[in-house]
Design a protein around this ligand. Sequence first.
Ligand code: CTP
Ligand code: ZN
Length: 153
Amino acid sequence: MSEHELRVAKIRNGTVIDHVTAGQALNVLAVLGIDGDGGLGVSIGMNVPSDKLGTKDVVKVEGRELSQGEVDIISLLAPEATVNIVREYEVVEKNRVERPARVVGLLSCPNHNCITNADEPVDSAFAVVDDGVRCEYCGEIVREGIGDHLAVD
Ligand code: CTP
Ligand code: ZN
């Protein structure tokens, strides 16, 4: 790194989601339910240079670890992401995300007639398939733009 590059500051305790597909940082924040109202320290880098990916996004969250469900959705948005747990400034754990077999309750079905969108909705459930995710209730397939179907409040 040269003296001309600006690096997003290191965090003390929390999670760094690194090697995020460029353009997905805001969707990752949405998955984490971070909308700017909370008290957590959050830093994001967008389109930063990456040896492996050309450019990447990076999301750093102080004082927070991720649930498996959150990691599962991130794997669909950013298949190359690494999840780094930081304690007292040191990376104590680094995991690649893995595509789950299914995701429950985290995405909403784009089919308005789907039972998961009824007045008394049941939790959504999607099977992860080669080219996207498939609603287990109505069969609708979401191939692109999974970030547009996040079931976040
Ligand atoms: N990081 C951070 N705060 C810390 C420690 C690390 O924000 N206290 C960030 C680094 O900037 C980097 C990520 O966490 O974006 C992973 O850190 P590290 O494993 O040290 O970096 P690399 O070896 O480059 O990781 P990789 O091999 O996964 O690219
Ligand atoms: Zn459906």
